[in-house]
Design a binder for this molecule. Structure first.
Ligand code: GUN
Ligand code: ZN
Length: 481
């Protein structure tokens, strides 16, 4: 019954994979909607019909509920909820983070999760608030790690237990925690205590923390971003290598009359139109939805449908190799998401190592594209280009016939030998009219080429508008036009 994870496609550090526990199997990235047994606003049976393969519910609520406790123990969770997909249960840790204490123990909650037939059980980890003093984060992390060891000792190595990674916003603690969790043999690893970061739009710190956890974790671990359910950040999180999300947002937002879109949330009260292809939005006008006595349920159904559609879009973009374009698009919908995107780009050197070799395309979408993994990889390869004694770099100028070695300036990458012009990313990139950022990036590539070929006499053939620019940037070079 151990938890298995296979990766089928990769893009950046993101993956499309398959998570298997016993006879349950789901495609990842996946969204596990949060189901509250007391308020089943969208019935789990309906979720299955929306393409949802797994859900998460709270074992602590079941264990403390007069209505549900015995029923869950006798009928089992799947039967009780009317859902035969994958069901993960949380332990009560979230209540611990909200209320400060819970009336259960690590062993009790794990045994209860096993006894109600949960597919993935979560120990009683401690989600320390990110703004707590470092000593608190450290001491509570030590307790979490002790509980993970205890879980393994009591329930064995094959029990389908998740290994949460804590450590707050301290990169060193997250990385060490990730490494220890992997060393203990956990293959399903939620990154915990990020809800306050998400709620505060602290995406820069989120990216910093998740990347640190990922560094410590085994690359084969399935990574769950605990409490992340807004579709606007799925692409960013998937690019870091997060495989599982869980959303209560679809229901919580519906209660407050908030309409989720892939790029943000709108207030239904202020909307003139419902700009979404889901069944709810196509069969109601905004006025009809506002007036409906089923408003909350319909809004939750819409919220879940757009959230699920974004998961499909992320999986598709990973298969195509267009995840950077999706990250760029989504992260421009809020300035704080842009902060997160820029933090991700700072880790380009690390991400380049896990990125795939070829992709469908490289679309330039502005300055940030200059820091993409494809540019880093191309520029890393430049020192291997060996030029002969005389070379011409075409920068939009004429091509004299007396050069045996001709390269083309291809911003944002650098100067590209003709034999590479069909290979990825050169043959598959689309850029607009050259801008300063992509020229600067290309010139960095030319620097590397010149440094690797100090004996070569290089001539630049520039378009009239570039002559001055190139002379200034490469004062020793011959420039024709
Ligand atoms: N739900 C949201 N964050 C957390 C977390 O860090 N741990 C657990 N167990 N549940 C969560
Ligand atoms: Zn809709």
């Amino acid at each position: 019954m151990s938890i298995q994870f296979e990766v089928m496609h990769k893009d950046i550090a993101g993956r499309v994979g398959r998570l298997t526990v016993g006879d349950k199997r789901i495609r990842t990235p996946a969204l596990l909607p949060v189901v509250n047994p007391h308020i089943q606003i969208v019935p789990p049976g309906e979720m299955a019909a929306m393409g949802i393969e797994g859900l998460i519910t709270n074992a602590y609520i079941f264990s403390k509920s007069a209505d549900f406790r015995e029923e869950a123990l006798s009928r089992g969770l799947h039967n009780l909820l009317g859902f035969d997909g994958l069901i993960m249960t949380d332990s009560g840790s979230f209540q611990l983070s909200v209320y400060g204490s819970v009336d259960t123990t690590n062993e009790t909650t794990l045994a209860f999760q096993r006894d109600i037939g949960s597919d993935i059980w979560v120990p009683l980890d401690i989600p320390t608030h990110p703004d707590a003093p470092r000593e608190t984060v450290e001491s509570e992390l030590a307790i979490t790690m002790e509980r993970l060891r205890e879980a393994r000792e009591i329930f064995g190595d094959d029990a389908p237990i998740a290994g949460p990674v804590q450590g707050g916003i301290h990169a060193d603690l997250r990385e060490t925690a990730g490494r220890e969790v992997s060393n203990l043999g956990f293959s399903f690893c939620p990154v915990g205590a990020v809800v306050p970061l998400l709620e505060g739009y602290r995406y820069r710190e989120l990216v910093h923390s998740v990347l640190a956890a990922k560094k410590g974790l085994s690359s084969g671990a399935c990574v769950h971003l605990f409490g992340a359910g807004h579709p606007s950040m799925f692409a960013l999180a998937a690019a870091m290598g997060c495989d599982i999300f869980d959303s209560a947002a679809y229901a919580l937002y519906a209660r407050e009359g908030r309409y989720i879109t892939p790029s943000g949330t709108l207030k239904l009260a202020e909307m003139a139109e419902l700009p979404c292809p889901c069944a709810v939005c196509r069969s109601h006008t905004a006025d009809e939805l506002r007036a409906s006595d089923q408003k909350e349920r319909l809004l939750a159904t819409h919220n879940l449908a757009v959230t699920q559609a974004e998961i499909s879009r992320v999986r598709l973009s990973i298969q195509e190799g267009t995840l950077w374009e999706l990250v760029d698009e989504r992260c421009r919908s809020h300035p704080r998401l842009l902060d997160g995107y820029r933090e991700l780009l700072k880790a380009g050197d690390l991400l380049e190592r896990s990125d795939r070799a070829t992709k469908r395309r490289f679309f330039y979408r502005g300055d940030e594209s200059c820091q993409r993994t494809e540019v880093i990889r191309f520029q890393r390869m430049i020192p291997r280009i060996a030029l002969s004694s005389k070379a011409l770099i075409l920068c939009g100028g004429p091509e004299p016939q007396d050069f045996e070695e001709v390269l083309e300036l291809r911003p944002p990458f650098g100067a590209v030998p003709r034999e590479l012009s069909e290979t990825f990313p050169i043959g598959q990139n689309e850029v607009p009219a050259w801008d300063d950022a992509m020229l600067a990036s290309a010139f960095t590539g030319v620097d590397a080429l010149l440094a690797a070929n100090p004996e070569t006499e290089v001539t630049f053939s520039a378009s009239p508008d570039l002559v001055h620019h190139i002379k200034k940037r490469f004062p020793d070079a011959v420039v024709i036009s």
